[in-house]
Design a protein around this ligand. Structure first.
Ligand SMILES: *[C@@H]1O[C@H](CO)[C@@H](O)[C@H](O)[C@H]1NC(C)=O
Ligand SMILES: *[C@@H]1O[C@H](CO)[C@@H](O)[C@H](O)[C@H]1NC(C)=O
Ligand SMILES: *[C@@H]1O[C@H](CO)[C@@H](O)[C@H](O)[C@H]1NC(C)=O
Ligand SMILES: *[C@@H]1O[C@H](CO)[C@@H](O)[C@H](O)[C@H]1NC(C)=O
Length: 655
């Protein structure tokens, strides 16, 4: 059965974004399954009408969001509206008024409805859905214009930028964020993410992760794309489509949009555990976003330190750690662009040279620490005490005026991703070099987890956080950031901030914000597999081929006894098949779905070193390229990849 035949394409032409015209909201799509309906003139219908009018009269709220329940005996209807975070209350009111007026026409007898406009969405149901995330049905839209230059880099920039938007939106009070990223002199990428405001940070984060994971399949190679779910949505374009504060919106090019609705009521899964659908959700995240990574800085529990006055000893250490701004400005030539080394999730990194010729890396944080000054200093002092040959050493900090700066030892070579994901550079990494790198990373993590005085969970292990020194020895960077950067939300002690890099994120962390040393083990497993295969999930991924993620693929080949197919071709001369097998085996043990089954890093050291240690059989890993398939609905369609992936999944889930 060719699913293409069921593809429904709707073309529509948008000339100007509606915030310019502003009189009428721009309708996008609606979905109201006719599987559950009410009878006309029933109590349910009057409840729906009541709900719609309440929602409409609350559309002047500055939050741009309102949820309500109308409850009568045996009949309840739950509903909400959400306006795009950048629109003003007048636009929001207009949009919600339109949506609530249209709803009875669009969905005359259906008990559930989601209606999307450019500026708002309206949703209601006979079942309560507040505080939970719905990632289907979904609507994909793509801008028909192709990206014409540097597609690969475009995808990378897009993934990174979406990652940041997701994180920011999840942690935003109104669950909304936009970001503007310069791609080239001519092209700026605009991205947006938003969740309904009833979701917690963790739940919002997950919804956005799923949405972002759909972008490559809906909109790969396109200049713009959107994924609309009931609980969240994401969008990117290369023109400003949202109202940018302070600046007037520019006129925009004509845009052709294709709408591909997917009605995926079930995720394909053959697993028995109740978690399976989630696993598959996360699987699709891995499939696409793996590249960029941003794992999470959840929030370190506050340390007792916070309340204790520092001892005299600590005060002394602190003094020696403090740099003044003048010194740093001199060292970096006033943060000159020439000295810029890179940009990370927390800010820009510059190279500097101190008066004594010592080279340093200066991380200029884009946001100040959310905690008190003293607490920040105490955390810096603790992190500075973590010293190991496989960790980038923190030398000190500077806190002056608006500036929050961390000073690190300078590590001359680039980060591991720079070598790993380009075949020309990867040639420099033969098998023994890669083994040394893996061993070094392992030792660094063991130190963080077990040997240092503090137990430190990294939470953002990824190839770009592994720096290489002049001898190509690996040094882990960015550890302890969560501690120093501080938790916030004293008022809501349980609010979790999740900052993550989806491809490396353990499922329990991605889904529930739970982190432990075993979530680091998971990220390490992904990293190990990347190092020995030389493959970057994101770039090597072709959805139309149904090619699964690196982990999914490794697991599949493992079960088929064909693991050697995974070997980086550049290693053919230098790596023995048995050794390669052992490394894949260890990698698979680290990415097992159940965190308890994953080995401790100290065991990994032993496994890597000794060929005689017998390794247990790996259980199913957490991530697959599972995707949803279409369903019984009036517009039942499947995106072209759904069935392909459905197939993949059932093959993959070997037991
Ligand atoms: C919003 O509109 C309602 C009536 O539609 C009015 O009673 C209420 O005062 C308005 N609230 C604000 C903040 O303007
Ligand atoms: C709105 O949603 C919250 C959950 O986020 C829920 O606790 C509350 O009861 C809802 N309000 C109404 C009026 O249904
Ligand atoms: C975009 O590229 C695809 C193939 O890569 C091509 O079929 C299509 O016509 C292109 N669209 C435009 C608007 O250039
Ligand atoms: C629901 O919609 C589908 C597709 O439009 C249609 O075939 C089916 O008869 C409808 N079912 C009901 C109960 O109206």
């Amino acid at each position: 059965m060719n699913s293409m035949t069921t593809l429904l394409l709707i073309f529509s032409i948008f000339t100007l974004p509606s915030f310019l015209t502003s009189t009428k909201a721009e309708y996008v799509y609606n979905i109201c399954p006719n599987t559950t309906t009410f009878t006309p003139n029933s109590i349910f219908q009057s409840n729906v009408n009541h709900l719609l009018s309440t929602l409409s009269s609350n559309a002047n709220r500055s939050t741009g969001f309102y949820n309500d329940t109308v409850q009568t005996t045996n009949n309840a209807v739950y509903g909400l509206f959400l306006c795009r975070g950048d629109v003003g209350t007048d636009v929001c009111e207009t949009c919600v008024a339109d949506a609530t007026t249209e709803a009875p026409k669009l969905c005359p007898t259906e008990k559930e409805a989601v209606i999307w406009y450019d500026e708002c969405m309206l949703r209601y149901s006979y079942e309560s859905f507040f505080s939970t995330s719905a990632e289907n049905p979904g609507v994909f839209l793509m801008n028909a214009q192709n990206v014409t230059e540097q597609q690969t880099r475009f995808n990378q920039v897009l993934a990174a930028s979406m990652n940041e938007v997701a994180t920011e939106a999840a942690n935003d009070a109104y669950k909304f964020a936009t970001k503007q990223t310069k791609f080239s002199d001519q092209i700026t990428l605009y991205s947006l993410g938003q969740c309904t405001q009833d979701l917690s940070a963790a739940v919002c984060n997950r919804c956005l992760a799923v949405a972002i994971a759909q972008l490559p399949s809906c909109c790969s190679g396109k200049q713009g794309g959107r994924v609309l779910f009931p609980s969240c949505n994401v969008r990117y374009e290369i023109y400003p489509f949202y109202v940018q504060s302070a600046t007037a919106p520019k006129p925009t090019p004509t845009e052709a949009i294709i709408i591909i609705p997917t009605l995926c009521n079930n995720f394909v899964h053959t697993g028995r555990s109740r978690l399976s659908p989630y696993i598959i959700i996360v699987g699709s995240i891995l499939a696409f976003i793996a590249v960029t990574v941003v794992l999470g800085y959840c929030f370190a529990r506050r340390r007792a330190v916070r309340n204790n006055a520092p001892s005299r000893d600590d005060t002394k250490t602190l003094e020696s750690l403090q740099f003044d701004l003048g010194t740093i400005e001199t060292a970096t030539n006033k943060f000159s662009d020439n000295n810029k080394l890179g940009e990370g999730g927390f800010g820009v990194v510059f190279k500097g040279t101190l008066a004594n010729e010592q080279e340093i890396a200066v991380k200029r944080l884009s946001k100040s620490s959310k905690q008190g000054v003293q607490e920040f200093k105490n955390e810096v002092a603790l992190v500075a005490k973590l010293q190991h040959r496989n960790l980038v050493r923190l030398l000190g900090f500077c806190l002056e005026g608006e500036e929050t700066i961390l000073v690190y030892e300078y590590v001359p070579n680039q980060s591991l991703d720079y070598f790993l994901f380009e075949s020309k550079k990867r040639e420099r990494l033969d098998w023994s070099r890669r083994c040394m790198i893996i061993e070094g990373i392992t030792r660094g993590i063991v130190y963080l987890h077990e040997d240092s005085r503090l137990r430190v969970i990294h939470r953002d292990l990824k190839a770009s956080n592994i720096l290489l020194d002049e001898n190509m020895n690996p040094k882990i960077s960015d550890f302890g950031m969560a501690r120093m950067f501080g938790v916030n939300d004293q008022t809501q002690g349980n609010t979790k901030r999740i900052v993550g890099t989806y491809g490396y994120m353990a499922p329990e962390y991605a889904m529930e914000g739970l982190y432990s040393i075993k979530s680091d083990v998971f990220s390490f497993g992904v990293l190990l597999l990347e190092i020995i295969t030389g493959r970057n999930n994101f770039l090597g991924f072709h959805l139309t081929n149904g090619a699964p993620t690196l982990i999914g693929n490794a697991w599949k080949l493992w079960n088929e006894g064909k693991v050697l197919e995974l070997m980086d071709p550049l290693l053919k001369g230098s790596c023995s098949p048995n050794e390669f097998l052992r490394y894949v085996h260890i990698g698979l043990l680290c990415v097992q779905e159940d965190a308890n089954n994953r080995p401790a890093m100290s065991s990994v050291v032993l496994m890597l070193k000794s060929e005689t240690v017998s390794l247990s059989k790996p259980e199913r890993p957490a991530f697959f390229t599972g995707r949803c398939i279409d369903h019984h609905d009036q517009v039942a369609v499947s995106a072209h990849n759904c069935s392909v992936n459905g197939l993949t999944i059932s093959n993959v889930v070997a037991r």
